[in-house]
Design a protein around this ligand. Structure first.
Ligand code: XMP
Length: 507
């Protein structure tokens, strides 16, 4: 594997993505991890950071890495760590360099730069810079603001680059990473989803043995794939609990029954908790309070169900790699630490051991595994759906009436988006019901009914999003179907706000 030591850069995940795309296994680990913990390392990449290497509390890698004889590529802060180790000098730069820079490649014969042009456009993002080259290193690239844009000590297999080859804007950045992992580290392309499934099943069998595993199945991509891998490994020692809180999309519980009931048979337990959730949400209008109540009630229902089943030893979690990377704790780092609900928010009174079969996978890898495991595309290609479900799309108080109206309207939006062959082209398409009524006219009768909002957005990662310019014909079709077919709605509007400043969800 290629070991990526993370010093807190916002781009660390991208390094892992670029390497995995080449079917090479890599892991992201905290920058100051003990190196002896890891086996079969073919190469090490030191990530960037928010920190400066000359600060007292800057995170440092295990000093053993310098004597392993394994190739090391330092990116930005990573290069500065190399410089510091070998007697170079890093100082705060007068001008913070951020954005695209033209870099002169001085040594095109260097294995790191094979196939590059004399001048390359690469992404820079740094406040510090190298002003004295470390002992026995040579300069292999420079730019206007960075006279030492890349350095190497070939004998020691050490490489440092000031720019970020992992960022898509770096035009030939991928080639530089590939040169490092294949030409310098001699890594093999042996990371396939098939091999992952086989290995994971072996591991699970060994860990679980004859014990039972409990899974909270939501019907989302992650929990579905995790559950099917687990099922392949331990068959009916797996027990899945699906909490029907009534806040799912139309027909969801039947879908779950059809797809998973066939596989898990009597080991799929469906808990009807619709009334309880509605009762707990009665009178609640604040979005954060709704989220908290739903989270807590979910855990209560799940716990009560778990207590009825004997000999459960493990809890299956569909934690995925970005959750792990984002909540990795770095001491001494000034990077913002985000804790994720899957990782940080486990119910404290559940005393199972955790088992997380997809925690080293990115979303696209999970989908690829799902395909290998013959999970229906209906599940694998689904749009993201928030944990609190439709409760945060029923604005204001959640009532059964508004929920039912929303489910119908939302279903029409999805049907029309699918018919227009847009479902897989957009990030999310859904409906929202507003807590107000407006006046309308139907036949000769004045109506006073709810307003439905249609929201369709495109996004890469949900951090930013743009509203989709749907055709007027499609919008009209949705609007007239909703007002004609859904009782209680006399007006439909389309949300034309981007994120930021809006969010994708309305609450
Ligand atoms: P926002 O509304 O913040 O949403 O732009 C970004 C993405 O996250 C989803 N989302 C949630 N997912 N629990 C979740 O599991 C939540 O409370 C939640 N809120 C928003 C949203 O659907 C979008 O894909």
């Amino acid at each position: 594997m290629i070991l990526i030591l993370d010093f807190g850069s916002q781009y660390t995940q991208l390094i892992a993505r670029r390497i995995r795309e080449e079917k090479v296994y890599c892991e992201v680990q905290p920058g100051d991890s003990f190196i002896n913990k890891y086996k079969n390392i073919k190469g090490i990449i030191l990530s960037g950071s928010y920190d400066s290497v000359y600060l007292n509390n800057a995170i440092m890698p295990d000093t053993k890495i310098w004597n392993l004889g394994i190739p090391i590529l330092g990116i930005c802060y990573g290069m500065q760590l190399i410089a510091r180790q070998f007697n170079g000098k890093v100082v705060p730069s007068k001008h913070r360099e951020f954005g695209l820079a033209i870099v002169d490649i001085l040594d095109k014969e260097n294995e790191l730069f094979l196939g590059l042009n004399n001048k390359e456009t690469l992404w820079m993002s740094h406040g510090d810079k190298l002003v004295k080259i470390p002992d026995n290193f040579s300069i292999i690239a420079k730019s206007k603001n960075s006279p030492y844009a890349a350095i190497t000590n070939i004998k020691k297999l050490l490489y440092g680059v000031q720019f970020h080859p992992e960022v898509k804007h770096s035009v030939n950045g991928k080639l530089i990473i590939n040169n490092f992992i294949f030409k310098i580290c001699k890594a093999k392309r042996d990371w396939t989803m098939k091999s992952y499934i086989t290995e994971e099943i072996k591991k699970i069998k060994k860990i679980v043995n004859s014990k039972k595993v409990l899974c909270a199945l939501s019907g989302g991509v992650d929990s579905s794939v995790a559950a099917i891998i687990m099922y392949k490994a331990i068959k009916n020692q797996l027990i899945c609990v699906y909490v029907d809180h009534g806040l799912q999309r139309l027909g969801e519980t039947d879908r779950i029954k059809n797809i998973f009931g066939n596989i898990f048979k009597e080991n799929l337990i469906i808990v009807n908790a619709k009334k309880l959730f509605l009762h707990k949400l009665k009178g609640i209008t604040d979005p954060e309070q709704k989220r908290k109540i739903i989270g807590r009630t979910f855990i209560d229902v799940f716990n009560a169900e778990a207590k009825k089943i004997e000999n459960i030893e493990f809890l299956l979690q569909g934690t995925i790699y970005p959750d792990i990377i984002e909540s990795m704790h770095l001491k001494g780092s000034s990077s913002p630490i985000k804790s994720h609900h899957n990782v940080g928010g486990l119910p404290k009174d559940i005393c199972f051991k955790l088992i997380e079969p997809i925690k080293f996978l990115f979303k696209d890898e999970i989908r690829a595994i799902g395909k290998e495991l013959n999970i229906p595309l209906e599940i694998l290609n689904r749009h993201p759906f928030p944990g609190p479900g439709l409760a945060i799309r029923v604005l204001g108080e959640v009532t059964e009436e508004k929920l039912n109206i929303l489910k119908e309207a939302d279903n029409i939006v999805t049907e029309e988006i699918r018919k227009a062959k847009l479902y897989e082209k957009v990030w999310q398409a859904f409906a929202i019901i507003l807590p107000i009524k407006t006046v309308g006219i139907m036949g000769d009768v004045r109506t006073y009914e709810y307003v439905i909002v249609i929201r369709v957005v495109n996004s890469e990662d949900a951090m930013t999003a743009n509203w989709v310019k749907l055709s007027h014909e499609l919008l009209e079709k949705m609007s007239s179907r909703i007002t004609n077919e859904v009782k209680g709605v006399n007006r439909v509007v389309y949300d034309i706000s981007n994120k930021p400043p809006s969010t994708i969800e309305w609450e």
